[in-house]
Design a protein around this ligand. Structure first.
Ligand code: G3P
Length: 214
């Protein structure tokens, strides 16, 4: 299973990249706005770290606008995946971009039928937002189960990228269901490595080590 950071912070990405547990990055307009920097400059800096998959979202709402933006974004670096919204215009743009060889990540997916359509137009990734479903009282992880099953039934190559992840249990459950990727905030990725018994155990080993004759 691949682990992505859902952030546009170069500092956060560099930290996880240097630890060696990062497989990719997803950005969205809200995350980019937090950084207060030009989008293309951020993308170039993230890609220059060597991150092999960096999703960059279009903001146009018509197919033509998405095509212009998507073609420009993909030229920035070979690691760029173009993110398009799950709308009829987004589906049309995805089909054209995918046919041109661009890897597309279809975002804002909240139902299994939307995910089926993303696969049919040739999206490389589909991004179901599980946290936002949980927030409104719907089981987000159930959607992942449905999408994984549908893609397996028909051998769709589209990868399931679990998005809107809020805590480590989301990551563990997504992994148990066989999702291809989970993208998460920095704080969630940090927690994956943490356990209080690890800290207590390490402190005890170091204390006992002091008693070993040197
Ligand atoms: O990047 C898309 C998605 O992961 C956003 O998550 O926390 O804003 O629902 P969130």
């Amino acid at each position: 299973m691949k682990l992505f950071l859902d952030t546009a912070s170069v500092k956060e990405i560099r930290t996880m990249w240097e630890i060696g547990i990062l497989d990719g990055v997803t950005t969205n307009p809200s995350l980019v706005a937090k950084e207060g920097r030009k989008f293309e400059d951020l993308l170039r800096e993230i890609c220059a770290l060597g991150v092999p998959s960096v999703s960059a979202e279009v903001v146009g709402t018509t197919t033509d606008q998405m095509l212009v933006e998507g073609r420009r974004l993909r030229e920035i670096h070979p690691s760029i995946y173009v993110k398009t919204p799950m709308t009829p215009d987004g589906l049309r743009a995805t089909k054209i971009l995918a046919a041109e060889g661009t890897r597309v990540n279809m975002t804002l997916v909240f139902s299994a039928n939307q995910a089926l359509l993303a696969a049919k137009v040739g999206a490389a990734y589909v991004s179901p937002f599980i946290g936002r479903l949980d927030d409104q009282g719907q089981d987000g992880m159930e959607l992942i189960r449905e999408i994984v099953q549908i893609y397996r039934n028909y051998h769709f190559p589209t990868q399931v990228l679990v998005a809107s992840v809020r805590h480590p249990i989301h990551v563990m459950d997504a992994a148990k269901l066989g999702a291809d990727i989970a993208t998460m905030p920095y704080a969630v990725m940090e927690k994956l490595a943490q356990h209080p018994l690890t800290d207590i155990g390490l402190a005890r080993f170091l204390k006992d080590w002091e008693k070993v004759p040197k």
